[in-house]
Every structure is written in structure tokens, then in C-alpha cells.
Design a protein. Structure first.
Ligand SMILES: Nc1nc2c(ncn2[C@@H]2O[C@H](COP(=O)(O)OP(=O)(O)OP(=O)(O)O)[C@@H](O)[C@H]2O)c(=O)[nH]1
Ligand SMILES: [Mg+2]
Lengths: 638, 264
């Protein structure tokens, strides 16, 4: 083939093709049959955007089915959709005004197809919510509004459609407007405009209506032009999830898309959760343009590759950031989720989490509340049904690097896979849970352990018992301190070397610099765990008496102490503890005077398989003690 | 970051997801403007390489210019190129209208090729703006064993999380260009100086907007002889892109039926 037969474009584009026009993606949502697809069809017609022959084709299709001209057939292209007069799956179509280009995403309104509505809505920068003037605000009108907000779509306008059916009545329109504005306000959304329209008749779609002179606001098209396209988060701290690692041409290239912030050659970066560090050696990009130089820096939105100054092993799923402002590291988090699965989401069940490029199994540790999207009321349930919204706590078996949705929308959201299917999505909050990064990062370097010259056995032989940790956990008022002190006395009298580590005492000295923030609470327990482990190695029995509400913290203490760790669940239900209220703390928590109080306004994660459960609600103190003493005799005597 | 940068970045992301999550994947090359852009984007995604086979399922009825183009660039771009032939037209349902029958032949060829090579997934360069059923597609679109598309129950797809878990035997179509429009393709072709088959440019008042088999593809009236002029034309035209493709128009649901059966 000769060169002349292949066209290469001019190197400098002309004014006609540049600059590239802005694009805004807008989703049309609302209750089934309220006229979403009709509005799109009408909008296309009235702006002269229909391709040649389309109007005639729709007319023929409508006549064939014996129905009046149906604008919705522009978008409802499937036979099943046309036959049933319903949108099944979301569809997209392109359209332009003088201001910019649009992708219009038509979503289905039927509850059965919520997964398709989400598929469409998640791709949008802004939304138009449609409400049928004759039917008023319905279940999906609210659910769609709620879900848009949850997914982070902040720009919303409302069209009250089918005004022709209510005689273009101002009063009735105002009543619907008021009701829906109130609902949106309750979830934190303020619509830019509420527009009375008739999609079928073309009122206020592109041309102002002759039937509603009382309406002074913009038409639908004008309202769309007032939205802003969403911009990439270039000014945020860096988030660059590793998508893959390639070995091409002797380079090891770490590939991925920058989700937030910027990265530059020479930057010192860390990978989370492995916490490995390295420096950016180069930013890689392929270009066919002769002499093109690879970029020195890149920003949010771009899919790039980098090489490092050191060959460290990193994998897909890790998140690259700078040292400062690294992502949260945790194995437990709170999430607001919407569930789409055929089977309900079930307490205690394990699913696959997909967060950015990371995949990890997570277990539903608790279902805090089911949120009714029509009145925002809460209820408790052991499972989340299809199409429900809920707040849940999820736990992984290993550390995850993640962010809170409000800070980093793109790395603070995830989907849940059940078997082969995406069955839900959610956004992350760390409310009440600590960032565990500080706890697992060791700051000192060049340390080697010194081997102790006295063996464990030698110490046990002299003491007559092994060293170990009796880790009491339970709600405030469950009886931990009382039991700990009584047990210490009895064991001491029986010849044990024993000592109690108690919450308040430790906070006077060792942990005097810690507050009650989630991070400091976790650090408090970490230090106690380490101290207890030292006591154990010294051959003593240490009784630690702390609420220690988080599983992650207790697991870390277990890891520090090793074999001699005994988790003892001092159990009493919340009502019992609250009625005891020895320090008057529950009363203060209830009145709001104390915040983040375990059991009331902060979580208590009960042990899953404790070595011993002491039920102080149903057993008298003496019996509890006797049980503990015989447990210690059995486990610690040599 | 302008619109072309965004489109490019999204396509690269899709390529890398599919390449990482799915074993044994290949790309379909129809030799047209879209699949040329698709190859280009793959080279961007994999730093100048195309790390999977690129397959042309040949009806042997393409224009000579298309074959010349294919043979030249398969070499120049260093592709791992596979050519597979479609079965003879006699092997297809003879009750179908003629263009649909041609399309069915291509679908059949595709099924045979998938089976022969054991591909679990194929990259295909379709776009949502081409046609109303394609407008409803997913980026990762699972198919039945013989390629059928269950368009009434597609998986949810959001936040760039694609369906990547499948029972054995599922076949997947991956669509890296789904979010592009015809104008985007030309703007990008121009920006990146991607080689183009001359049939897209007007000669004697006609040009091809979409290239298919010779006997079922018709040119449209046009005076556009450069990419600039094509873009100008597209910004004002009211003729749909596939108006020259006979198979779309034989009945109201012609294309839906073809696609449900595995046509691209
Ligand atoms: N009188 C009147 N009827 C309308 C108007 N807009 C839509 N309709 C009719 O309402 C019915 C439903 O319209 P669609 O556009 O299919 O509704 P939709 O919201 O897209 O429905 P789904 O996508 O299935 O949720 C159709 O029969 C329309 O003709 C309007 O402004 N006035
Ligand atoms: Mg609809």
C-alpha cells in the first residue's frame, strides 16, 4: 500500500475542531411512568436533534402498536420495552445546546430495575427528577432522590410533568413542589429549579409554555445549561490505586489511574496497606508522536504508569499516596449501602468487597439500621432486602487502605459481590472507628531483639505457674473492675504473682497523653496490650480490665501476648449495665453530655470466640469468681 | 484534562481491568475507524504493546482498501494478528432477509473463532451512540455460551466496577469505546494522527461513514475530504451513522434480534 492511500491528519488542528466542547452527563430519574423517556424524546424533537426519518419511524411504530404517538419510543428501543410501555434498561443519547454537549442518560423507574437505574445514575454529573403531576410524589421519586445523594450527585433539578393532566394548575403544582422540596431538604439536597412541564405537549421543555404564564423560571434546557460538569479532584491529596504491574521492555511499570491529587517524578510515595516506600523514577506514557517526551508529572483523572527507584514488590489493590495524608488503614468500617442482590444481605455472612482495584473478603459484622427512604425512619433487622438502604459495619480479615467518602468520593466507595454478581454498593464512614495506621507503623529502625537469658520454663518453675494475660472485655458496668480486683485478691492469696491493669489507673500515667478520640482509644489499648505482654514474659498473671470494644484492638493485644492470652467476655446486657450505672456515665451519655459512649453512641463489638464467658447479669459475683479461679488453676498451674 | 483526555483515560482503564481480570482475551479488529482507535488505545494502555491477539473475522467481502490497510498495519503495529474466515452463506438461516443473513454469517464466524481459540473474552469497538440497543450495553457484557445477549437482565455496572466474576463457560464482550461518539472518534484520530482508510473521505460527492461488507454498505452524500470537514459535517448532519448499513433497517427489530443472537 502506498503512503498516499493512508491519510494522516494535519498536525495542527484547525479552529473548526478545537477546542473540544464540554460534556455534561445528565440522568433522568423518577417513579415508573412519570414520563422520563417521553421527556427525552420531546427534548430531542424540540431542539431539532432527531436524526432524519426518526420522527416518522416512531410514528409508524406507535401506529403499528395501536397507541397514540409515543415519544418514549426514541429511548425505549427494545421490543419488550415498546410492547409493555416501560423502560427496562438505562440508555444513553447525545445532544447539544449552544452551551455544550450532553450525554442524556434515561433511567428506568420501575422498582424491579433499580440496578439499571443505579447503573445509569452513577455515570452522571447532574440529575433531572421527574414527578407526575397527577400522581404526585411516589415511592421511587424519593428513593431515587435519596440514592442520587448517597452516590454523590449533588446537582439536581426537578420537573413536575404531565401538567396537561391537571389543567396546568398552579396550586396543585405548588403543593407537589412543596412536598418534594421538603423531602429533598430532609436529605440535604436543594434542587436548582422545580419546573412545571408537559413532556408530551412540549410545555417548558425547550420553549416556555403558553399555558403557564404564572411560571417565571427557566425551561428544562435552560436548567440543564446551568449545571456544571464535575471536575477531577486534582487539589486533593494523592490517591493512585495500583491497577496492574507490567514488565515491558525491561521496565517494571506500575499502572493505574490517579483518582485524586498529583504525582511527580522524584516524589516520595508509600503504598498502603503494605506501607512500603519508594521514589518515583519516571512517569511512563506511550506516544506515537516522534520526539514526544514522557511527562514529569500527572494529575487526577489520567491513566498512567510509573517506575520506581527501587525494585519493591507491590501488587494490584495497593494505594499509592504521599507520606502525609495517606489513606486510612483499618480492618473494620461503617458503610451506608444499597442492596441489589436477589438474596438479602445477611448478618455474619462473608462477601467479596471491591474497592477501587482492591478485592477482599468482608463479613457483615452488624446491621445497624435499615433506612426507609420514604420517611427516613430507621428499623432493626438481621438482613438487608433487595432495594433497601442500610447502615452496616463490615469487617475484613486483613488491613485495608481506604478513605471516607466525604473526603475522597472515589476511594471511599465500594461494591459488594455475592457469588458472581455485584449485589450492592456503599460509601464509607469511619465514625466511631479508628485509623489503625499509626498503630501498625513502627517508626524506629535498626532494632534487633535481645534474647532473654532466663527461659519461660525456669520462671514458671520458680513461680509455680505460667505467665499470662486475662483480658477482660465488656460494657461499662458489666462488672470488669469489681471482678478483676476480687480475682486478684483470691489469686494472690493462693500464691499467684498477679496484677491488675485498670483503665482509669493507666490513663493517669502511661497513657496520660491520650484523649478519647477513636485513634487514641485504639492507641490506649495497644499500649496496654504491650504492657500486659511484658508482664506475661516476666512470668506474671496480668488481669487487664478495659471495655476494649473493638475486635481489631483485642486481636492486636492477642498478637502481642501470644499463647498466654485469654479473652474473657464479662457479659451483661446493655439494660442491666445501664440500670447499675455505678459512675453515672450512662445517664450522661443519654443526655448527650458524654459523646461516643460505648453501647450508646459508639459500637461494642462482642468477642466472637472468647476463651471464657462470665455472665454477670445472671450469675452472682461469688459464682463468677469461683469460675474464674478454677479456670486459672486449670490453665496456669504447672 | 479535556474531553478527549477523559475518554482516553477511561478506555485505558477498561483495557487494563479486562487484561488483569480475564484470562485469554483477544481483540476484534473490523478494520474500521473505531477499531483502529481501539488498537491505538490498547497501545496507550500497555505502553506501545498490544499484549493479546488481534483477530479479524473475515467475510471476504470487505473493500480492497480495507485489506491493504489490515496487512500493512498488522505488521507496522507489531500485532499478534489472527485471521479467521466466516462459514459460507449457505450455512445460515435462509428465511432471514439478505442483509441480516450476511450479518448472521459474521456472527457464526465469530462463534467458531471463539470456540477454536478458547477466548474467554473479546474486546469489541462498539459505541452507544451508534444504535439504540448498543446504547443499552454494559462495558463488561456477559454472553451465553453461544454468544447470546440477555439484554433484559444485564448486570449492574457503576463506579468503574465491572462484572469480572463468572461461572465457567461464560463469554464476555468488553467495550472500551462504549462511551465515545462518532465525532470523538474523529477528533481523536486527528489529534493522535491515526492512519485512516481513504474510503471515509468524499470522492465524487460520496463517502462511507461506516464500513461493512461491500454488498450491504452504502456511501452517504458528502463533500468532506479531510477530518476537519468530516467533523464539521457531523456537527450539523441529521443522517444517522448506520443509515448506510442495510441490515439495521430490514424490520423494526432486525438489529435487536441480530444482537441478541451474538452480533456485535
Ligand atoms: N398526558 C401526558 N402524558 C404523558 C406525559 N409525559 C408522558 N406521558 C405518558 O406517560 C406514559 C409513561 O411515559 P414514559 O415516558 O414511558 O415514562 P417513564 O418515566 O420513562 O417510565 P419508565 O421508564 O418505565 O419508568 C406514556 O404513556 C406517556 O405518553 C405528559 O406530559 N402528559
Ligand atoms: Mg422510561
Amino acid at each position: 500500500m502506498t503512503e498516499a492511500k493512508v491519510k494522516l491528519a494535519a498536525v495542527t488542528p484547525t479552529a473548526a475542531t478545537r477546542p473540544v466542547r464540554d460534556l455534561l452527563r445528565i440522568v433522568i430519574v423518577g417513579h415508573v411512568d412519570h414520563g422520563k423517556s417521553t421527556l427525552v424524546g420531546r427534548l430531542f424533537h424540540d431542539t431539532g436533534s432527531l436524526p432524519d426519518g426518526k420522527y416518522e419511524a416512531i410514528k409508524a411504530i406507535s401506529e403499528k402498536r395501536g397507541v397514540a404517538f409515543e415519544w418514549a419510543f426514541l429511548m425505549d428501543a427494545l421490543q419488550a420495552e415498546r410492547d409493555q410501555g416501560i423502560t427496562i434498561d438505562t440508555s444513553q443519547i447525545w445532544f447539544k445546546t449552544d452551551a455544550r454537549d450532553y450525554t442524556i442518560i434515561d433511567a428506568p423507574g420501575h422498582k424491579e430495575f433499580l440496578k439499571n437505574m443505579i447503573t445509569g445514575a452513577a455515570q452522571s454529573d447532574a440529575a433531572l427528577l421527574i414527578i407526575d403531576a397527577a400522581e404526585g410524589v411516589k415511592e421511587q421519586s424519593k428513593r431515587h432522590g435519596y440514592l442520587l445523594h448517597l452516590m454523590g450527585v449533588r446537582q439536581v433539578a426537578v420537573a413536575v410533568n404531565k401538567m396537561d393532566l391537571i389543567g396546568y394548575d398552579h396550586e396543585k403544582f405548588s403543593a407537589i413542589e412543596r412536598e418534594y422540596r421538603d423531602y429533598l431538604a430532609s436529605i440535604g439536597v436543594t434542587p436548582t429549579f422545580v419546573i412545571p412541564v408537559s413532556a408530551r405537549e412540549g410545555d417548558n421543555i425547550v420553549t416556555p409554555s403558553a399555558h403557564m404564564s404564572w411560571y417565571k423560571g427557566p425551561t428544562v434546557v435552560k436548567a440543564l445549561d446551568s449545571f456544571q460538569p464535575s471536575a477531577a479532584a486534582v487539589d486533593s491529596p494523592l490517591r493512585f490505586p495500583v491497577q496492574d504491574v507490567y514488565k515491558f521492555d525491561n521496565r517494571r511499570i506500575i499502572a493505574g489511574r490517579i483518582e485524586a491529587g498529583r504525582i511527580a517524578v522524584g516524589d516520595e510515595i508509600i503504598f498502603s496497606p503494605s506501607n512500603k516506600a519508594a521514589r518515583v523514577q519516571s512517569i511512563e506514557a506511550w506516544s506515537a508522536i516522534p520526539g514526544a517526551k514522557p511527562p514529569r508529572s500527572a494529575e487526577a483523572g489520567y491513566s498512567i504508569g510509573i517506575t520506581l527507584d527501587e525494585q519493591i514488590f507491590v501488587e494490584r489493590g495497593e494505594v499509592i499516596s504521599h507520606k502525609e495524608n495517606a489513606p486510612v488503614e483499618t480492618d473494620v468500617f461503617r458503610a451506608r449501602i444499597f442492596w441489589l442482590g436477589h438474596e438479602p444481605m445477611t448478618l455474619g455472612k462473608t462477601y467479596k468487597l471491591k474497592l477501587g482495584t482492591l478485592e477482599a473478603p468482608v463479613t457483615v459484622q452488624s446491621i445497624e439500621r435499615i433506612i426507609d427512604t420514604s420517611d427516613l425512619s430507621n428499623s432493626a433487622a438481621p438482613q438487608v432486602e433487595r432495594n433497601q438502604v442500610a447502615e452496616v459495619v463490615l469487617r475484613a480479615r486483613r488491613m485495608l487502605a481506604l478513605d471516607e467518602f466525604i473526603d475522597f468520593p472515589r476511594s471511599g466507595r465500594f461494591v459488594i459481590v455475592e457469588k458472581y454478581d455485584i449485589a450492592g454498593g456503599g460509601i464509607i464512614s469511619m465514625e466511631g472507628y479508628a485509623d489503625q495506621r499509626g498503630l501498625i507503623t513502627s517508626r524506629a529502625t535498626n532494632i534487633t531483639r535481645v534474647v532473654d537469658g532466663i527461659s519461660e520454663e525456669a520462671r514458671a518453675f520458680r513461680n509455680g505457674h505460667k505467665g499470662g494475660v486475662l483480658w477482660f472485655t465488656g460494657l461499662s458496668g458489666a462488672g470488669k473492675s469489681t471482678l478483676a480486683m476480687a480475682l486478684e485478691k483470691q489469686l494472690f492469696d493462693k500464691g499467684y504473682n498477679v496484677y491488675v491493669l485498670d483503665g482509669d489507673n493507666v490513663r493517669h500515667g502511661l497513657n496520660a497523653n491520650l484523649s478519647f478520640s477513636p485513634e487514641d482509644r485504639a492507641e490506649n489499648i495497644r499500649r496496654v496490650g504491650e504492657v500486659a505482654a511484658l508482664f506475661e514474659r516476666a512470668g506474671m498473671i496480668v488481669i487487664s480490665s478495659f471495655i476494649s470494644p473493638y475486635r481489631s484492638d483485642r486481636d492486636r493485644a492477642r498478637e502481642a501476648a501470644g499463647q498466654g492470652f485469654h479473652e474473657i467476655y464479662v457479659k451483661a446486657d446493655l439494660a442491666t449495665c445501664e440500670s447499675r450505672d455505678p459512675k453515672g456515665l450512662y445517664a450522661k451519655a443519654r443526655s448527650g453530655e458524654i459523646k461516643d459512649f460505648t453501647g450508646i453512641s459508639a459500637p461494642y463489638e462482642a468477642p466472637e470466640s472468647p476463651q471464657l464467658v462470665i455472665d454477670t447479669a445472671s450469675m452472682p459475683l461469688e459464682e463468677c469468681l469461683a469460675e474464674l479461679v478454677s479456670y486459672v488453676d486449670a490453665k496456669f498451674r504447672v | 484534562m479535556d474531553r478527549l483526555d477523559q475518554l482516553e483515560s477511561q478506555s485505558i482503564y477498561i483495557f487494563r481491568e479486562a487484561f488483569n481480570r480475564i484470562e485469554n482475551i483477544a481483540m476484534l479488529w473490523s478494520l474500521g475507524k473505531d477499531s483502529n482507535v481501539m488498537i491505538w488505545l490498547a497501545r496507550k494502555a500497555f505502553f506501545g504493546h498490544v499484549p493479546f491477539p488481534v483477530m479479524h473475522v473475515d467475510t471476504e467481502k470487505k473493500f480492497p482498501e480495507m485489506y491493504e490497510f489490515r496487512d500493512r498495519y498488522a505488521k507496522e503495529w507489531g500485532l499478534n494478528f489472527i485471521r479467521e474466515l466466516c462459514p459460507p452463506i449457505e450455512a445460515t438461516d435462509d428465511t432471514l432477509p439478505p442483509a441480516a443473513r450476511s450479518a448472521a454469517r459474521k456472527t457464526e464466524g465469530l462463534k467458531l473463532a471463539i470456540k477454536k481459540h478458547g477466548f474467554n473474552a473479546l474486546f469489541a469497538g462498539i459505541r452507544r451512540d451508534e444504535e439504540a440497543t448498543r446504547a443499552k450495553e454494559r462495558v463488561f457484557s456477559p454472553r451465553g455460551l453461544t454468544g447470546q445477549w440477555d439484554f433484559k437482565d444485564q448486570p449492574p455496572e457503576f463506579w468503574d466496577q465491572y462484572k469480572t466474576d463468572f461461572p465457567a463457560g461464560t463469554h464476555v464482550r468488553v467495550h472500551p469505546l462504549l462511551h465515545w461518539t462518532e465525532i470523538d472518534i474523529w477528533l481523536y484520530t486527528q489529534r493522535e494522527q491515526i492512519p485512516t482508510i481513504p474510503l471515509y473521505f468524499a470522492k465524487n460527492g460520496k463517502r462511507y461513514r461506516s464500513l461493512g461488507d461491500k454488498d450491504i454498505t452504502n456511501p452517504v452524500s458528502s463533500t468532506a475530504t479531510t477530518i476537519d470537514e468530516i467533523i464539521e459535517e457531523l456537527r450539523t448532519t441529521k443522517v444517522s451513522e448506520r443509515s448506510g448499513r442495510a441490515m439495521d433497517h430490514e424490520s423494526e427489530d432486525a438489529f435487536e434480534r441480530l444482537r441478541a443472537d451474538g452480533y456485535l
